[in-house]
Design a protein. Structure first.
Length: 395
């Protein structure tokens, strides 16, 4: 495998030395937590757990649904969402997505709603789903927003996370706070049950927190040039190619209360984060402007939405072209991700999916996520755009 010190990583991990030192200080000596920015953004009941999937687990347990209830969830997703549903004692029921927005398709939801006891809506890539239509179809069935990708995104002037009965966020995504999950509760009738479920969670130990902080810092460091192209990508590719990882089918994963260090980093970063989202939107517009003349399907904002552009998906005509582009882009120094490309196969094998989400399968075969994150400068964004145009001409 060719060593590429200038390889642009596919994702952004922005946990720096200052974050590590802040984290260690808060673990060893404690720190005052400033919730003012968070409370001003949401003005809701807010709770925290160890990560996003743990937060979904808490929400589902707090709903007190009958055991083995069917929970609607988009097939085009990370399988840890399915694990959270199973771990809470329920069954994932797969809903298709809209081809033009990558989010839950209200029409497919309407066809399957009679069997469902709750619905998980994922604002994939930071793109808000059509919450008005989804809420109308749900008609009293609890709607849970998965906002792991959509921090600060807006739908009709309202921030995602405030549009359903409850919502959850992942601090590992976008804001790079290490880990941690946040639960926003919009329906107060569930508040006592949420408090009860979180009260049952264990506290992480100081040793666990310290190890986690160092691991997060090292992982983030390896996701930057030149270490990414020199070490992280070649080693990661070797492991993926030469090991067989058994996938758990019972939905079990660790669930604890949030690490105070992760919460402190999140609150600190949130204060100035809108400016970083604006930088990421600027980078996304550079890609849209430069790639408009290509045959690729680009992620334009839908009417009445404001997208944080956490990830930038481009869609190819077929799987062969997408997979070829993935390889060629790396040769040009730009890494990319075939996000959720394996989910339909894993869902069939482990989660009972019956092949009734054709749009999701199409997207899984044809979408490539390319770098657009806020730490890239304009020259780097032009390099990404030019590389994509070169690849498109070679297909």
């Amino acid at each position: 495998m060719k060593i590429q010190p200038n390889l642009i990583p596919r994702f952004n991990l922005d946990y720096n030395l200052g974050d590590l030192l802040f984290s260690l200080k808060s673990i060893l000596w404690g720190s005052d937590l400033d919730f003012r920015t968070l409370e001003a953004q949401f003005e809701r009941n807010i709770f925290f757990t160890s990560n996003g999937r743990a937060t979904l687990y808490v929400i589902l347990k707090a709903l007190n649904l009958p055991k083995k209830s069917k929970v609607g969830v988009p097939l085009y997703s990370c399988t840890v969402v399915f694990d959270a549903i199973i771990n809470a004692g329920h069954v994932p029921c797969f809903i298709d997505i809209e081809l033009d927005n990558y989010t839950l398709d209200p029409h497919d939801l309407e066809e399957k709603i009679e069997d469902l006891s709750a619905v998980v809506v994922i604002h994939t890539f930071g793109r808000p789903a059509d919450m008005d239509e989804i809420n109308e179809i749900a008609d009293g069935i609890p709607v849970i927003e998965d906002c792991a990708h959509s921090l600060l995104s807006e739908y009709k002037g309202r921030i995602t996370g405030t549009l359903g009965d409850a919502s959850f966020f992942s601090f590992k995504k976008y804001i790079s706070a290490g880990e941690g999950g946040m639960l926003i509760l919009n329906d107060e009738k569930f508040i006592e049950d949420v408090q009860k479920e979180i009260g049952l969670l264990k506290e992480p130990t100081k040793i666990n927190e310290i190890k986690h902080s160092f691991f997060t810092y090292i992982h983030s460091s390896l996701y930057h040039k030149p270490l990414y192209g020199l070490f992280a990508f070649p080693i990661g590719s070797y492991i993926n190619t030469n090991t067989n990882i058994k996938i758990s089918t019972n939905g079990k994963f660790p669930i604890t209360k949030i690490r105070k260090s992760d919460l402190g980093i999140f609150l600190k970063k949130l204060k100035g984060f809108r400016e970083k989202v604006e930088l990421q939107r600027r980078n996304s517009w550079i890609l849209i402007d430069e790639l408009e003349s290509t045959s690729l399907v680009l992620p334009y904002e839908k009417e009445h939405t404001w997208c944080n552009y956490y990830l930038f998906p481009v869609r190819f005509r077929n799987k062969r072209e997408r997979d070829k582009a993935h390889e060629l882009l790396r040769d040009f120094g730009v890494d990319s991700a075939k996000l959720y490309s394996k989910t339909p196969k894993e869902a069939r094998k482990f989660y009972g999916y019956g092949r009734n989400c054709s749009n999701s399968e199409t997207i899984a075969d044809t979408v490539l996520v390319v770098p657009n994150y806020y730490t890239l400068n304009e020259d780097e964004m032009m390099r990404v755009a030019e590389s994509i145009k070169k690849v498109e001409r070679l297909l």
